[in-house]
Design a protein around this ligand. Structure first.
Ligand SMILES: [Zn+2]
Length: 289
């Protein structure tokens, strides 16, 4: 099925996390305004703000702000940045080896917009994790339960293959087995079917795009800069600066919660907002009138 992308399914998917965040926000407001009276009948009967009032985490596009990513034939487009002039960047996180509960808390409590691209062998801790960043403390600690907690914190869960192969070395059928198998597994374990695909190592070919289409994926999502241990940004551009619309790539690595805090502070100090990737993609991929 190839309908409902960036529309109904996304709103439904965000529901659980937004509700939790709405409850947290509501509690904080009550405590701030009425110390000691939070348990009074009037306070407890006050309506909670709905998900709609709270809005999605992260900046959403203003009218006319986002340029259109043109369709590339009938195959899913390959996207590495969002066409906008606004100082907004997007956070994405790959694989799923290190499953630090502190990171989920951070994302939930601070309502940080992030999109996760998970890979089966990392989530299930099959094999050896990426050694970058040192010794992991939480490798495979929660498995799919960890991914479900991310989903509940409002994080879209997207497709990053089963085994992390270099797809350029595989034929069409083998690529399709990786992509469709991952989407099926995520749907079963997390309850929502992915709409985005991130190719391992950024390696793909025409067969990857055909396979993505066959598996119901809307776009291949690359990146403009990677985030190293310590929250250091490794740019792929010579002037070493963030640019509007950049997509940053992080990994589920040791010290993730600490590195993430450093990174988010750095981005904000440079005057950038964190954007809601779904909302921006929806605007960028809109159909021509
Ligand atoms: Zn990866």
């Amino acid at each position: 099925m190839v309908t409902g992308r960036f529309g109904g399914t996304r709103l439904a998917r965000a529901g659980a996390g937004v509700t939790a965040a709405a409850l947290l926000a509501a509690c904080a407001t009550e405590q701030a305004k009425e110390p000691g009276s939070a348990s009074s009948p009037a306070a407890s009967q006050r309506p909670q703000p709905s998900a709609q009032e709270l809005g999605p985490p992260g900046a959403t596009p203003r009218a006319g702000e986002v340029g259109r990513i043109p369709p590339s034939g009938s195959l899913p487009p390959v996207i590495s940045s969002i066409p906008t002039q606004r100082k907004v960047v997007f956070l994405t996180i790959d694989d799923g080896w290190e499953q630090d509960p502190g990171f989920v808390r951070q994302v939930r409590e601070q309502r940080i917009p992030i999109t996760a691209f998970v890979m089966r062998d990392a989530v299930e801790a099959l094999g050896a994790p990426d050694p970058a960043g040192g010794q992991g403390r939480f490798v495979g600690r929660g498995k799919w339960g960890y991914v479900r907690r991310l989903r509940d914190a409002g994080v879209p869960i997207e497709n990053h293959t089963l085994t992390h192969p270099n797809l350029r070395t595989l034929g069409y059928q083998a690529q399709k087995a990786e992509l469709c198998g991952t989407s099926r597994l995520i749907a079963k374990q997390v309850g929502v079917r992915p709409t985005l695909f991130r190719p391992p190592f950024g390696n793909y070919n025409a067969d990857t795009r055909r396979a993505a289409k066959a598996c119901g994926l809307d776009a291949l999502l690359l990146w403009t800069a990677t985030v190293q241990p310590g929250g250091k940004i490794a740019y792929q551009v010579p002037d070493k600066r963030l640019r509007p619309g950049d997509i940053l790539l992080l990994h589920f690595r040791p010290n993730l919660a600490r590195d993430f805090r450093i990174l988010v502070d750095k981005i904000k100090r440079r005057g950038y907002e964190l954007g809601n990737l779904d909302a921006y993609l929806k605007a960028a991929l809109r159909r021509a009138k």
